[in-house]
Design a protein around this ligand. Structure first.
Ligand SMILES: [Fe+2]
Ligand SMILES: [Fe+2]
Length: 150
């Protein structure tokens, strides 16, 4: 790793460490929360991009609602991490492309499964952070909602 990258990484580690100390949580917990926050931000961007792509008006509105939910979820995690996380655009680029190529039926099934998988992952976080229960339940509803568009 180049010196500049090493320094940047150290800086990030340090700010994570100090944010964890401020919040009174362990680094493992901080890692899990940051990962969750990243997933939520990625989902916001993905649903926004999908809303711009889909042909059905009802689907567009549904995806904008989901994007709003994911933003609220991200805020739940941000309260603990104290950090802003930027969306990784990969899913926001890839999923609308899949919609165009594979069609709505296949893609919505994949998205719904992603929501159920997210809910499953949050099972490990709720012991330490009970507020995340609502986020977890939302993800199950999201999966059902996306399936309901089919
Ligand atoms: Fe979410
Ligand atoms: Fe979701």
């Amino acid at each position: 790793m180049k010196i500049k990258e090493t320094l940047k990484k150290k800086e990030q580690d340090y700010s994570l460490f100090s944010a964890a100390a401020d919040a009174g949580i362990t680094m493992d917990q901080m890692d899990a929360l940051i990962t969750a926050q990243q997933g939520e931000e990625d989902a916001v961007y993905m649903y926004e991009q999908l809303a711009k792509t889909v042909r059905d008006e009802a689907d567009r509105e549904a995806f904008l609602r989901l994007a709003g939910d994911e933003k609220r979820h991200s805020d739940v995690f941000r309260k603990y991490t104290g950090m802003d996380v930027k969306a990784n655009p990969a899913k926001g680029i890839f999923v609308p492309l899949m919609y165009r190529v594979l069609g709505k039926k296949k893609v919505y099934a994949i998205i719904a499964q992603g929501e159920y998988d997210a809910a499953e992952k949050y099972k490990h976080i709720i012991d330490d952070f009970p507020e995340v229960v609502e986020v977890m339940n939302d993800e199950v509803h999201h999966g059902d909602a996306v399936k309901g568009l089919l």
